[in-house]
Design a protein around this ligand. Structure first.
Ligand code: KIV
Ligand code: ZN
Length: 546
């Protein structure tokens, strides 16, 4: 029988540890829904003990994505600490299939310097916490044990740790190459030993990081050595240089079956492009054009010799088809007279999934865009659809903006925002129209939330080509961090044929996420409201002009 490889996606846990990639709870639910459509087997939804927001995300994903008959299993991470295991088990409760993932480091460098303990204590913690996890999820669900830094652990001790975990009730044994140090032969040798040790008592899994660019190669070597679960992320996101990329591992298995005893996965590969795009959109982390499988150039043929060969027979230079990963090269021309049936079919072929109630809005938006530009391309359609996949709370709205800008002079901008039925106007100067308008928004926000966010990143890209291409702005802002915390980042997008408006919309989208999710925002908004309504004048910052 060809082996069946279980795809464990950790985009929402390890992937979210990518610097600057933090997602709101609603955004995590959107990604989880798309992962379910991609038919991964397990979604690691988060690390519930890390924060109340993480616990809520795992619970909501368990409820909203993991409760159905065919739903993927939902996993939650816990340190080998009883309180972590308790919180993770509770967050997973609504899920139909649960995988409680317990980890502790087994390398001497981690045991001595990070945990400041000894091997005996590590074994004892494994026995206690894996047994607790097993009791809490019961016999029908999975308990996974990970030996952090396995690839740098002394082999006999690593095997003793895995033996302790299996005896305490672990049904999945994970071999992480935590710091991306292993090379394929060496990693395969470790996996082989672990497979031999656990036999049929547990599934052996890999978890490879990409510090030396070997994460996918190591994962595939692990499969050849007998691993039957692989931990991967969309676009290879993850701590530092990232994790093995889901799309690379899955397409390698599909393209080279003879190398992997015809191993199969359950992944709907035609969803891979849509999944990659959604994750890139919501995290604001751009996929490099030459990224394998999902990069913009992955199926582009530039040189004359390649083009000639490709046109004679695509097999000359293409080892997989663009369609197999959900890419269609064609462009769609949409206009006032375009039919609805063709539109629906095009969405289906592009792997775009929107809720039925959003379909009419999307169609209307595409037709309106068709009035503004000559051609509505697939790229435009994907960008419009992504906006609907991004759950932006509608709290602060943009009523009006105007900007003036001249060569050699500073620019000025004024905006009207509405919030809770009232209009807030502000003016500011700046270095160019975008700077002036964002400063004007900040001045208006002083009146609404009594503070101004920090701009962390701003990017502008063109959607499609040509003089009438749309501009998509991506803005990242941060809210102030509590003591010792990393500041939470909120990402907003704006799409328009006018790049100034796209920038403004992106900023306001990020602000809305901040106001809706940041724990101190509610208090700040209430205090600002009281100052406004209690008759105390709201301080007017320099440059603002109500
Ligand atoms: O890289 C790692 O070791 C991890 C574990 C928690 C599995 O992410
Ligand atoms: Zn990791």
């Amino acid at each position: 029988m060809p082996p069946r490889i279980r795809i464990f996606d950790t985009t929402l846990r390890d992937g979210e540890q990518t610097p600057g990639a933090s997602l709101t709870v609603d955004e995590k639910v959107s990604v989880a829904r798309q992962l379910a459509r991609t038919r991964v087997d397990v979604i690691e939804a988060g690390f519930p003990a890390a924060s109340p927001g993480e616990a809520e995300a795992v619970r909501r994903i368990s409820q909203e994505v993991g409760a159905g008959e065919d739903a993927p299993a939902i996993a939650a991470l816990a340190r080998c600490v009883p309180a972590d295991v308790t919180v993770a088990a509770a967050a997973l409760e609504p899920a139909r299939r649960r995988q409680l993932h317990v980890f502790i480091a087994t390398s001497d460098i981690h045991i001595t310097h990070k945990l400041r303990t000894n091997r005996e204590d590590v074994l004892e913690r494994i026995r206690t916490c894996v047994a607790q996890a097993r009791r809490m999820v019961g016999p029908d669900h999975d308990v996974e044990f990970s030996a952090e830094d396995a690839s740098r652990s002394e082999l006999p001790f690593l095997l003793a740790a895995y033996e302790a975990a299996v005896q305490a009730g672990a049904s999945v044994i994970n071999v992480p190459d935590t710091v991306g140090y292993a090379e394929p032969k060496e990693f395969a040798a470790v996996v082989k030993q672990v497979v031999k040790l656990v036999g049929k008592r547990a599934i052996v899994s890999t978890h490879c990081h990409n510090d030396l660019g070997l994460a996918t190669a190591n994962t595939l070597a692990g499969i050849q050595a007998g691993a039957r679960q692989v931990e991967v992320t969309v676009n290879g996101l993850g701590e530092r240089a990232g994790n093995a990329a889901l799309e690379e591992v899955v397409m390698a298995l599909r393209t080279r079956p003879a190398q992997f005893r015809a191993a199969t996965t359950n992944v709907a590969t035609e969803q891979l492009t849509a999944t990659s795009r959604l994750v890139s959109y919501l995290t604001g982390i751009v996929v490099q054009p030459n990224k394998s499988v999902v990069g913009a150039n992955a199926f582009a043929h530039e040189s004359g010799i390649h083009q000639d060969g490709f046109l004679k027979n695509p097999l000359t230079y293409e080892i997989m088809t663009p369609e197999s990963v959900g890419l269609s090269g064609s462009t769609l021309t949409l206009g006032k007279l375009s039919g609805r049936a063709g539109f629906d079919e095009r969405l289906r072929r592009l792997g775009i999934h929107v809720e039925p109630e959003t379909l009419d809005t999307l169609y209307a938006e595409a037709i309106t865009l068709g009035d503004q530009k000559k051609q509505v391309t697939d790229a435009d359609l994907l960008a419009l659809a992504e906006q609907h996949a991004d759950p932006v709370p509608q709290l602060v709205g943009l009523e009006h903006w105007a900007a003036a800008s001249r060569q050699g002079e500073s620019s000025s901008g004024n905006v009207s925002l509405f919030y809770e039925g009232k209009t807030f106007r502000a003016f500011a100067g700046g270095n160019g129209p975008v700077d002036a308008l964002l400063s004007a928004v900040d001045n208006a926000l002083e009146q609404i939330i009594g503070g101004r966010p920090q701009l962390v990143d701003y990017q502008l890209r063109s959607i499609g080509q040509g003089e009438d291409a749309q501009g998509e702005a991506t803005v990242k802002i941060s809210a102030p961090a509590g003591d010792g915390d990393v500041p939470q980042i909120f990402t907003g997008h704006g799409l328009s044929t006018n790049v100034v408006e796209a920038s403004l919309r992106a900023y306001i989208a990020a602000v809305n996420k901040l106001i809706a999710e940041h724990p101190v925002a509610a208090d700040a908004v209430a205090a600002a409201r009281q100052r406004r309504e209690g008759g105390n004048p709201v301080p007017t910052p320099a440059g603002s002009h109500p």
